[in-house]
Design a protein. Structure first.
Length: 261
């Protein structure tokens, strides 16, 4: 355990021991699981799944996972019914057995389909690139594109977005560009929606994330006086607390479970 992790752990345990509630929220890729060669390979370690399930089973502890992945895919990969989920960067949520989506979700699906059509030729022009259509979002992966071609690829993505009248939000992720309709919902509003569903004022909220697409959630949590925790070297500046990698986060959560039980 690092000294910063010890201090965060002590704060969480103190809150719980005095009867307060813990809200533990996490990004998925790069936070709970390492970044790997292909998104399909980023499987949650069984021991981490068990740990999250045990934390979620503690009294006055809520666990949530917020991701750029589609909600259905995220639910399948996490496979924990007791955990709150937000998919496609906050445009769709599953809270307490109820599924929510932005009121303009169906219109947004058409926007994404239009953009996918604009970018259909991208993989041929940039060998190694591929498109991941998430229904409500689109990700352009360029992990296998030569570094000197990344700039021209991003310029082509920007051109395609500018050619459409729809409002989009582009965020650079790990060797990818994540694109979602700009509808006012994001990971930060998902955090707020989760908190609004809770009763009581004595709580400590933690959000852990590793990339630019976590900035909204980290800023929201920091503004509320919670724990904004960056994972790895690319974590946004909005996270004043840092851990080096997912393994360090999982170790801290293991210590937290021991402190609660």
């Amino acid at each position: 355990m690092t000294a910063p992790a010890d201090a965060l752990l002590a704060r969480l345990v103190r809150t719980h021991r005095r009867g307060g509630q813990l809200v533990l929220l996490f990004d998925y890729d790069g936070t709970l699981v390492p970044i790997v060669a292909h998104p399909a390979l980023a499987r949650l370690d069984p021991a981490t799944r068990e740990l999250l399930g045990r934390l979620a089973g503690q009294p006055r502890v809520l666990v949530g996972i917020l991701s750029g992945r589609m909600l259905d895919e995220l639910a399948e990969m996490v496979s924990l019914a007791e955990v709150c989920l937000a998919g496609t960067a906050g445009l769709e949520l599953h809270l307490y057995g109820t599924r929510l989506a932005h009121p303009q979700a169906e219109r947004a699906r058409h926007w994404i389909a239009d953009l996918a059509g604009q970018l259909d030729g991208l993989p041929a022009a940039f060998p190694g690139a591929w498109l991941e259509d998430k229904g409500l979002g689109l990700t352009v992966h360029h992990r296998d594109v030569p570094a000197e071609r990344a700039g021209p690829l991003r310029a082509e993505v920007d051109r395609a977005v500018a050619a459409l009248a729809h409002p989009f939000r582009l965020t650079d992720g790990p060797m990818a560009v994540e694109i979602v309709p700009e509808l006012g919902w994001n990971k930060g509003t998902a955090v707020q929606r989760i908190l609004d569903s809770l009763s009581g004022d004595d709580l400590c909220v933690l959000y852990a994330g590793d990339e630019a697409n976590d900035a909204d959630a980290l800023e929201t949590v920091a503004a509320l006086g919670g724990i904004a925790l960056g994972i790895g070297p690319q974590a946004p500046d909005a996270a004043p607390h840092r851990l080096p990698d997912p393994a360090a986060l999982v170790a801290m959560l293991g210590e937290l479970l021991a402190g609660l039980t």
